[in-house]
Ligand binder design. Sequence first.
Ligand SMILES: Cc1ncc(COP(=O)(O)O)c(C=O)c1O
Length: 489
Amino acid sequence: MKKSESAVFSERELPLVSALKTARNRHSFHMPGNRAGQSFSAEFRSLLTYLDTTELDNTGDINEPNGVVLRALELAARTFGSAQTYFITSGTTTSLRIALAGAFKAGDRVLLGQGSHLSVANSCALLGLEAVLIRQDALPRFADGQVSEAEVLRSLKEEENLAGVLLTTPGYYGENLPLEKICQAAHALGLPVIVDSAHGAHFAIKVSGKSPGEKNWPRTALSQGADMVAQSAHKTLPALTPASLLHLSQAAIDSGRVSPARLAKMLPVFQTSSPSFPIAASLDYARDFVDHDAAGYVSRLLDLLAEFEAQLPPGLTRDYIAGDDPCRLVLDYSASNCSRQEVFKILDAHRVDVELIDARCIVCIPPLDTPRESFIALGQACAEIAQAGQAEYSQVKIDLAQRQAFLRQGRTSLTLRDSFLAESAEMDFQNAEGQRSAGVIAPYPPGVPLLWPGEEIKSVDIALWQDLLDLAYDVRGLKSGKIEVLTGK
Ligand SMILES: Cc1ncc(COP(=O)(O)O)c(C=O)c1O
């Protein structure tokens, strides 16, 4: 008798398939925005495997856009407000690399926020760009080192021989950096502005403007004057991971700040020669969703969020100010006295998965079609968090130390390539005071470096890393108590 496919599956060892199967049926408050595929229409879901094809006459080419691909890109450019848009099927990591390579040449000095994603640090190293870090004098609101408008404007005045600027907005916690004045100041100096808007693809949705969240709906980076913008559609829209959009503005082309021909040349350099059609098709799907259905989903989600917030127990508050992404839910649990690990356990017991838990906040990215039941489950977990726990020490101190790390920058200008390629050796991080780190040290998520390659390690850094490890953080760059340091001083 022929065995059923599922019997064969259960007899054989497919560790990843098995693990992912059991991860179903949980409440998702994290990316991807497609909610384990449930946000897609039944028709699109049933088509997905059939969409996996190659460059044929009737499919076009994603890296050298023509035919139907070109038409899909034109529609995306119209929806997202660009002159040209590319579908990048290997994430915003790749989009940013293409943007940086399209705008700059080796040795160029690029102004960056310290809170840039580690993919930016890696790209600068690969491309031989000098990272000129924006000096911060005010404590960032969250542990992602987001810079302020004033700090960027001051750095634009102070720093010399810049070739351009790369900024991140929104931040991981949904906070937005106003870009209009920054773009004007940069453009007056002839500098292109690239924006890492990995978390902001949904800002292109034309909301109705009825609720407070909709009235304060954030503006897109392109509409504020950015020259190139990279967005991870998979983070906040129904698209497959890692579907990214790379946009170029008309003003960037007209002013000569970015050459569209150079940008197009970089696409096949950094994308695989086999870009994924299902992922690209999901970008076409997400664009259509933004055009037709998304505003209704946003309105419903904002109502659910308002209802949820109104029922939060004492000890938990929503950290939101006007201008933040109203779809992001950041819950400050510091008044609850519940430890980070305890929060993990309670959420897990309620089958709730969130994007990030730090020493003070729980960061949720509710997919736009999050069902009411998921908010009920999250609410029950919050009620338990509010009652449980007695933290042995103040986690709030760790949050503060993490934010202060962004004020404690050793160097303002880093040639990352030298640090990445220099001789290095492994040592116990506890003994590394005075050494220079060979790589990025970044709690993950969010993957924002606390220390950049080449920066000197101080005793306060070591103490902070130990505190984070004690709270069960995954700290990239530290493995089994070891760190890579530069050997030649
Ligand atoms: C701010 C920011 N930029 C860039 C990236 C990289 O995006 P992707 O995962 O789409 O490559 C991330 C990923 O989390 C991010 O948070």
